[in-house]
Design a protein around this ligand. Structure first.
Ligand code: CU
Length: 318
């Protein structure tokens, strides 16, 4: 009898723990873009894709919670109500067609209900049509190159000097002194908010993967292959990520930092990064289409000459 009591106590304790585990996610509603210590749930992210992923995750989570409560509840009820000490005798049947049909059909219906919206969202994640700008991302051992296509803006982005110094000095970084240790770069990828931005992603040596959790996706960067992705950041801010493909000894030292700014601020930023445009001619405009070099450096505006006939002068290198 004492043995049965002990067993009963243990079962109640385990069930209590299981229920607490099941209910824990419900406490994790408030989320922000970057992960926090002891964060239980996945982050909401700051893009449509991230929101879709979060929604699909929450639907699946609640389906699991409901199933868990029903199954563990039925188990607990059966164990208490039909326990041996109360004289319960186990039924001896081994098959029941009706029960088997029910417990096959219901899960299939649940899976369809979950798969339908998940598939639609997955397709939307890969639909890069109607994007307003394109950024080409190239992975290198061990840095990223960003090209704003059609804008003449290209730069590389690598681990910031301070992180690099700390990691090579053997000093122990602290969260207080180095909050973004290994998560800072020299040149941030600046992007406008509320803009559908298409990315074309590749690599120049080995396979890397471009991953910023707040954007809601990661995409492999593979030499010889161009992958596509898109984003539409809704909240201005700094979003950090890392290479997500083991790409060599410094794989952990090629972080990603995205700075999302207003459209206006982005316009100013991209203008400041563009190479100097040809000086606007104050005299009648020269026939631009005849200029053989695409972007002549500033100050090298050709004198109003019959450009068509004259051989192009070698542009002075800045
Ligand atoms: Cu990498």
């Amino acid at each position: 009898m004492t043995q049965a009591k002990g067993f009963f106590k243990r079962v109640t304790r385990s069930l209590g723990a299981a229920c607490a585990l099941l209910l824990a996610p419900a406490l994790a509603w408030a989320q922000s873009a970057d992960p926090k210590p002891w964060q239980l749930n996945m982050g909401r992210g700051v893009t449509t894709s991230a929101q879709h992923a979060y929604d699909a995750h929450m639907v699946a989570l609640w389906v699991c919670v409901v199933i868990g409560v029903i199954v563990f509840g039925a188990m607990a009820y059966a164990m208490v109500k039909f326990r041996h000490s109360k004289g319960a005798v186990a039924a001896q049947f081994s098959h029941n067609t009706t029960a088997e049909v029910i417990w096959t059909v219901i899960p299939i219906l649940i899976l369809i209900v979950m798969a339908w919206p998940a598939t639609a969202k997955l397709i939307a994640m890969y639909d890069t049509r109607d994007s307003e700008m394109t950024v080409k991302i190239t992975g290198y051992q061990w840095m990223w190159k960003y090209e704003y296509l059609g804008q003449d803006v290209v730069f590389t982005s690598r681990l910031d000097r301070e992180s690099d110094r700390i990691r090579q000095s053997g000093a122990k970084p602290t969260v207080a002194a180095n909050p973004h240790y290994l998560l800072d770069v020299d040149n941030q990828l600046v992007l406008p908010v509320n803009t559908k931005i298409r990315f074309v992603i590749t690599a120049d040596d080995v396979i890397h993967a471009w991953w910023v959790p707040a954007l809601g996706w990661k995409q492999d960067a593979i030499p010889g292959i161009i992958n596509e992705a898109w984003t539409d950041i809704q909240t201005p801010g700094i979003y950090r990520g890392q290479c997500a493909e083991l790409c060599g000894k410094d794989h952990g030292f090629m972080p990603i930092v995205v700075r999302a700014v207003s459209k206006e601020e982005f316009k100013q930023w991209i203008a400041s990064r563009k190479p100097a445009a040809p000086a606007p001619a104050s005299a009648p405009a020269a026939p631009v289409e005849a200029t053989p070099v695409e972007a002549a450096p500033a100050g090298a505006a050709p004198a109003a000459a019959p450009a068509e006939a004259a051989p192009a002068p070698e542009p002075a290198k800045a």
